[in-house]
Design a protein around this ligand. Structure first.
Ligand SMILES: *Cc1c(COP(=O)(O)O)cnc(C)c1O
Ligand SMILES: [Zn+2]
Length: 407
């Protein structure tokens, strides 16, 4: 049995192809590389019915993942996160079929574990011993812990104001942690130098082709969990955009396999008003984005002023007749509270941004009441203890609770 049905890597810009059994980074033209599979053979080997009996993790799709030998897989059973309906919030928003896909429920508390599991497994298969990456926190946390399990040494560079918990996750894994007084783009430049000097594996977003393969499984899961009847709209909090590009790639693969048919969901890239390069490019009808100066948002995972895969994000939006929406910091906080109050889920600010955006899109009637709408919550709310302040009366041990105003 062949574990993976990977074929080769190819460049979405210049169509150059590369082998997948040696280390590859960017195409020589500077574009990220994408993985191609032998889909005709996958079709003969597996049916979607057979998937039902498989283990409950993203590795159930192993033919469509790049790792060739199962013994190289580093997994903590990430994936197959719940896709649940939110009836109360849906009613409030006027969207009868509102769903959340909750990526808070994976190891390390963010969907970054998907990319780390597949990315680190493939790195191990390729014999990588040292890797370096810039991060806004969650990716560094996931990659260092998975790297520890794979016995790969990780060098992680993150902005010093990234969520503190992620710094601790990196540190406890034994990875080498560096903080930078700047943005992820500044961390990226430091990593580029380090990689060049020491010949480390560059695990920066889309500079290795396999992280996206882990993230794309969100797309497979949404299709499978909806019994292969796709939703009408998927909203995704977009930083580097890998999750969105991945979901789009997954849906195209499923189409080619004949496992889904009909119109693809309209893909929506959601950003913060404090960092919205993709939204600006979309509004101007551009196919690439421009660097967003002085970017700032408390939704740390989407603070990416210029994404290397921006042209792929915009293509996915245009091809699916989706759109890109920016929401304010206050709207993000409000949505975070609404989801917790109405539905009992404490989601991360990035995930909350998708609900704020859905609200806008419903108000402008871009989303119809009859649409089935999936919001991606990319991580746990408890990873961001400083996202808002809590005020509560302080009582002495003998004091009784008194209410200043009865109602
Ligand atoms: C990284 C991250 C994002 C953005 O993901 P991309 O796929 O790079 O766009 C969103 N939310 C959280 C919590 C993240 O950690
Ligand atoms: Zn190329």
């Amino acid at each position: 049995m062949t574990y993976s049905m990977i074929s080769h890597l190819s460049c979405p810009k210049c169509n150059e192809t590369y082998l997948s059994n040696t280390i590859q980074q960017l195409c020589k033209c500077g574009s990220p590389l994408l993985v191609d599979y032998k889909l005709d053979e996958v079709k003969k080997r597996v049916t979607k019915e057979e998937l039902k009996s498989r283990p409950y993790s993203l590795w159930r799709y192993h033919e469509l993942l790049p790792v060739e030998h199962e013994e190289h897989v580093i997994s903590f059973e990430e994936g197959m996160t719940p896709l649940s309906k939110l009836p109360f919030l849906g009613k409030q928003m006027g969207i009868s079929n509102l769903y959340i896909k909750d990526e808070g429920l994976v190891p390390t508390g963010s969907f970054k574990a998907r990319g780390a599991s597949v990315g680190i497994s493939k790195a191990k298969e390729l014999g990588v011993k040292h890797l370096a990456m810039p991060t806004n926190g969650n990716a560094g946390a996931a990659w260092s812990l998975y790297a520890a399990k794979a016995q790969i040494e990780a060098y992680i560079v993150m902005p010093e104001d990234a969520p503190e918990i992620t710094r601790k996750e990196v540190s406890i894994s034994g990875a080498q942690l560096f903080l930078v007084n700047g943005l992820i783009s500044d961390a990226g430049k430091i990593v580029a130098d380090l990689v060049k000097e020491r010949c480390f594996y560059d695990a920066s977003t889309l500079k290795e082709p396999y992280r996206i393969e882990g993230k794309k499984t969100m797309g497979y899961e949404i299709a499978e969990q909806m019994n292969w009847e796709l939703p009408d709209v998927i909203l995704y909090p977009t930083g580097g955009g890998v999750g969105l590009i991945g979901i789009y790639k997954a849906l195209l693969e499923l189409q080619q396999l004949g496992w889904i048919s009909g119109k693809l969901p309209r893909l929506v890239a959601v950003q913060s008003e404090g960092c919205a390069p993709i939204v600006r490019a979309y509004q101007e009808g551009e196919t690439e984005s421009e660097f967003w100066e002085n970017s700032e948002t408390h939704a740390f995972g989407i603070n990416v002023p210029k994404a290397i895969g921006d042209f792929l994000v915009l293509d996915a939006i245009y091809q699916t007749e989706g759109c890109a929406v920016a929401v304010s910091e206050d709207e993000i906080r409000e949505a975070q509270r609404d989801v917790a109050k109405e539905e009992g889920q404490f989601i991360c600010p990035e995930g909350a941004a998708t609900f704020a955006a859905a609200k806008h899109l419903r108000e402008s009637n871009w989303i119809h009441d009859s649409d089935r709408v999936v919001c991606l919550n990319t991580g746990l709310g408890i990873k961001y203890p400083d996202a808002f302040e809590v005020e509560a009366p302080l009582l002495e041990p003998y004091e009784r609770v008194s209410f200043s105003q009865e109602n």
